[in-house]
Design a binder for this molecule. Structure first.
Ligand SMILES: NC(=O)c1ccc[n+]([C@@H]2O[C@H](COP(=O)([O-])OP(=O)(O)OC[C@H]3O[C@@H](n4cnc5c(N)ncnc54)[C@H](OP(=O)(O)O)[C@@H]3O)[C@@H](O)[C@H]2O)c1
Length: 388
């Protein structure tokens, strides 16, 4: 067995996503298990250099995870030919600049979603990457969730017959920061439009690839955005105006194999959870229905569908939740961020297929922009096929 090294410049590992999911649960976990196994028996071991703005924080993180290299000089890192891959999990508003510099330096680039604040910027990055002849990709972690995989298996197996509708309910309460003992769970830039915040740009990036992949391409959208909580408190205890949307109520038209499917998604950081999970999706088809969360999935075929009735004089005697059957687990749970890394590293080294290059990432931003337009103009917006 031969061990192959691959140098990875990681930017944004002092942040929530960069540290917990990409560094600790992906790159460090892969290194601890001896690398990514390749078909020829070799192991591909990522060798990260942590880059950021605060050297002391970077050294603390590196020390805690057995990593030797840190830097506060991105351009010097990009100039080092020994590191072939650039990864970006910095603020959404910083990504385009970082990725352009990495592409100019000839690096393969993997990054968090959304790829850019606008579709034009995202397509520009896709063009540049293609011209430079490097590999490129955007994170699509939600596709690896067990609940979504079970749902996809039901769709592909024809369980639903003709699918009629999809209903997604996403969200949880994000504390405003006004109580000392209830700090906000998300960074304050998420609530400032000028810093790349907003639930539409953040979450619809996920909804686009999830819907496209599971049911069929999103063709049109109608969306109402809202800023339910207009003022919040930031990391430094200062009050600030929340200028970005913190909730969005959208209806999509999807190109299903048996015709159009209507999908409604409510997304909110100002809602309290009374469901089994933070995301719950219900699919109703002619021959059966399913309800899935991030992990579990329940089904009810037509033959087992009850006939409920409405009685204004007595409480409902049927316990509807008990009338569904839970799907068994299909395969071992994989961390979706780590799975994405393994695919991307193999894409770079042995040209293995990778499902979400930059042009696929651009589609997510196209959907977010269409939602903003729909909200502004109070109408349906069609999504054009993106050409690059
Ligand atoms: N796939 C998913 O499920 C998922 C979930 C959440 C977020 N995300 C995406 O991940 C990205 C980061 O989100 P997060 O929640 O992790 O944010 P975060 O906790 O605020 O972290 C932001 C990171 O960006 C760095 N940064 C901030 N300002 C910068 C600047 N001016 N120049 C260079 N670096 C700067 C920060 O470094 P310092 O420590 O130096 O400030 C930190 O490392 C966003 O694009 C977001 O959309 C994806």
């Amino acid at each position: 067995m031969v061990t192959q090294r691959i140098g990875v410049i990681m930017n944004g590992v002092t942040g929530r996503m960069g540290l917990n999911q990409h560094l600790v649960r992906s790159i460090v976990a892969i290194r601890r298990q001896g690398g990514v196994p390749l078909p020829n028996g070799d192991r591909l071991v990522p060798d990260p250099i942590l880059v950021g703005r605060n050297e002391a924080t970077l050294r603390d993180i590196a020390g805690a995870h057995g990593i030797e290299r840190v830097s506060t000089d991105l351009d010097a890192c990009l100039a080092n030919p020994a590191d072939a891959v650039y990864f970006d999990a910095t603020l959404t508003s910083r990504r385009v600049d970082h990725v352009r510099r990495a592409l100019s330096a000839g690096k393969h680039v993997y990054c968090e979603k959304p790829l850019a604040p606008t579709t034009v910027d995202a397509l520009d990055l896709a063009h540049r990457a293609r011209r430079r002849g490097v590999k490129h990709g955007v994170v699509q972690d939600k596709l690896f969730l067990p609940g979504i995989r079970k749902l996809k298996r039901l769709v592909d197996g024809g369980f639903f017959g003709r699918i009629l509708s999809v209903r997604g309910e996403f969200g949880y309460w994000v504390f405003e920061g006004t109580d000392d003992d209830r700090p906000p769970q998300r960074p304050s830039w998420n609530y400032r439009k000028e810093d790349g915040g907003g639930i539409i740009l953040d979450m619809f990036a996920h909804w686009r690839y999830l819907l496209d992949h599971t049911f069929g391409e999103v063709r049109a959208v109608q969306c109402t955005g809202a800023t339910h909580i207009p003022e919040r408190v930031d990391e430094g205890g200062r009050r600030y105006a929340a200028t970005a949307d913190d909730a969005a109520y959208a209806t999509f038209l999807l190109a299903g194999i048996d015709g159009d499917i209507v999908a409604q998604f409510n997304s909110s950081w100002a809602v309290r959870v009374y469901r089994d999970d933070l995301l719950q999706i219900q699919v109703d088809g002619i021959r059966g229905s399913a309800v899935c969360g991030l992990h579990r999935c329940f089904v009810q075929p037509l033959v087992a569908t009850p006939k409920p009735f409405f009685d204004p004089e007595r409480p409902q005697p049927m316990v509807f939740d008990e009338q569904w059957q839970e799907m068994p687990d299909i395969d071992p749970v994989r961390n979706g961020y780590r799975a994405g890394w393994e695919l991307f590293l193999r894409h770079v080294v042995e040209d293995a297929p990778f499902p979400s290059p930059f042009r696929v990432g651009a589609k997510s931003i196209q959907l977010a922009e269409a939602c903003h337009q729909s909200n502004r103009e109070r109408r349906w917006v069609d999504l054009a096929v993106l050409e690059i």
